[in-house]
Each structure stands twice: as structure tokens, then as C-alpha cells.
Design a protein around this ligand. Sequence first.
Ligand code: BJW
Ligand code: ZN
Length: 250
Amino acid sequence: MNWSPHLDALLGSADSICVLTGAGISAESGVATFRGPDGLWAKLKPEELANFDAFMRNPELVWEWYSERKRIIHDVAPNAGHRALAEMESLVRDFTLVTQNIDNLHRRAGSAKVRELHGNIERSFCVSCGRFDNSATVGEDRKPPRCRQCGGLMRPDVVWFGEMLPQEEMEAAEDACRRCELFLSVGTSAVVYPAAGLPLLARASGAYIVEVNTERTDISSRVNETLPGGAGTVLPALVERMKELRKARS
Ligand code: BJW
Ligand code: ZN
């Protein structure tokens, strides 16, 4: 696999790395992406499923859609791309993995320093009193369950359009962008803000930005380097090179 001498040097020396992932990294595990001809939004309208008003209009439909996705996610396994990022974490002093994915596959692959910008499908909370429920059984029914505390509707703990991202996660992601030397944008179309602004923030703060994607995206022309290909192939190659260079250094 080919990359520039500058990226090669950073693979050997960068002390601070931030990675942003999107649905593309889980595609090779069998989880559908959102956009594109085979994406979730090609068949289902986001405005009917991914905002709070849609949920309140038809909680059964939205809950059932998330239950179905939860079943799929439970049945799949992390892939070589997820595993490579878990290994990358162990090679770098200051490492932050920022994900837009709600599928929990990074943690299942062994990543610990994960910031989840759009929530996690494993959790739900009550729209009336805000009580969280992390129990695995919530969501296996077709109907949205009721809160054990107040009887309110439980909703998935994911971030829908028009909703704020979790503040602590977003601030940690922005901090990581400001201090990293190398930033990888992996498997995201980079169209959904504020996440799509992170590579640009990292670039404005002096980082070298590399995009890993099977296609060109909205930010391809604004990154320093693009590595075309699947995350499950490109990321393991980057990590192998990091290990080789860092072993030679120590
Ligand atoms: C591979 C691969 C392989 C495939 N290897 N690569 C106008 C302008 C600017 C902003 C706005 C606007 N109007 C509204 C907004 C704001 C809005 C927004 O950005 N909208 C844009 C779409 C225009 N953002 C929000 O509303 C956010 N909140 C917010 O801004 O709050 C402030 C605010 C509050 C109140 C009022 C106004 C502002 C919230 C965004 C929440 C996004 N939620 C979702 C659903 C999560 C739950 C769920 O999963 O159901 O998050 S939408 C969906 O998109 C999901 C994803 O995380 C997100 C990003 O998608 P992602 O990951 O990039 O996937 P894809 O499918 O798009 O791309 C996959 C990529 O992988 C492709 O490039 C492939 O090529 C690639 N690929 N195989 C490598 N093997
Ligand atoms: Zn409640």
C-alpha cells in the first residue's frame, strides 16, 4: 500500500493521534451505512425515523426500527478495521477515537478511549424523567417500553437530527482535534455536522489529515492525503507500519 513519506514519518513518530470513524468502518462487519445506493436512507426517510417529532408521532415504528438494527448489531462482530484501531491505541501516548457510530463495535474490539458523538444503541432513556436504562433486554420488544420510575416512554439513547450532541463527548473530541499531530477520518461521508467539522478543526490546529474511504467525500479535497480503500484493509496496513517503525525506534 502506498502513502506519502510525510505520513510514513508520522506513523513512526506521532505522539498524539485522533481518529474519527463513521458507518463505513462497520460496513465490512455487515452493518449498513446510511447514504449511498445500499444505505439505510435509500429505503427509509431520515425525517420519518431519525428525529424526535417522528418518534413522538409513531414511537412503535421508530422503536421497531432500532430493535431490528440492534438485533443485526448483536449478531455481527468487529472487523479488522475496528481491531486495528484498538491496537493503534496501545501504540500511541495520546490517542482518541471519536465515533459517530452507535453500534458499540469499537469497544467490543477492545478500544477503551472512545468518544461516542451520536450515542449508543445499547442504552435508552425516558423522555419524561430522563432515567437511563442500560439493560440489554430493553429494546428486544417490538413496543417501546415504559419507564419503571414514571411510566414515560423510553427512547433509544441516540442523537437525532436537530438534537444536541453529548457535551462532554463533543468537548473531548474538539480538544483531541486541537492537540493531535495526525488525524484520520475513516468511513464517513462527512456531511453531518458538527462531526464533519472535526477534520477541519484538526487541520486548522496544525494536524496532518488523512482520509480512509472507499469513495471520495465532501472533505476529500480539503484533507492532506486520501487513502482509497476499505478500512478493514487500510487500517491494519497502517498499524503494521507503525509497529515496524516504533519497534525500530525503541
Ligand atoms: C467505507 C467503507 C469501507 C463504505 N471502508 N469507508 C444545514 C447545513 C449544516 C448543518 C445542518 C443543516 N441543516 C441541519 C443541520 C444540522 C444537522 C446536519 O448536519 N444535517 C446535515 C445532514 C445537513 N446536524 C444535526 O442536527 C446534529 N445536531 C446539531 O447540529 O445540533 C445543534 C442544533 C440543535 C438544534 C437546532 C439546530 C442545530 C445531530 C446530528 C445527528 C445525526 N444522527 C444520525 C443518526 C444516529 C442514530 C442512528 O444511527 O439511527 O447519525 S444521522 C446518521 O449520519 C448517523 C451517522 O452517525 C451520521 C453520519 O453518517 P456516516 O457515518 O458518515 O455514514 P454515511 O453512510 O453517510 O457514510 C459512510 C461512508 O463510508 C461513505 O463515505 C462510504 O463511502 C464509506 N465506506 N464502506 C471505508 N469498507
Ligand atoms: Zn421516567
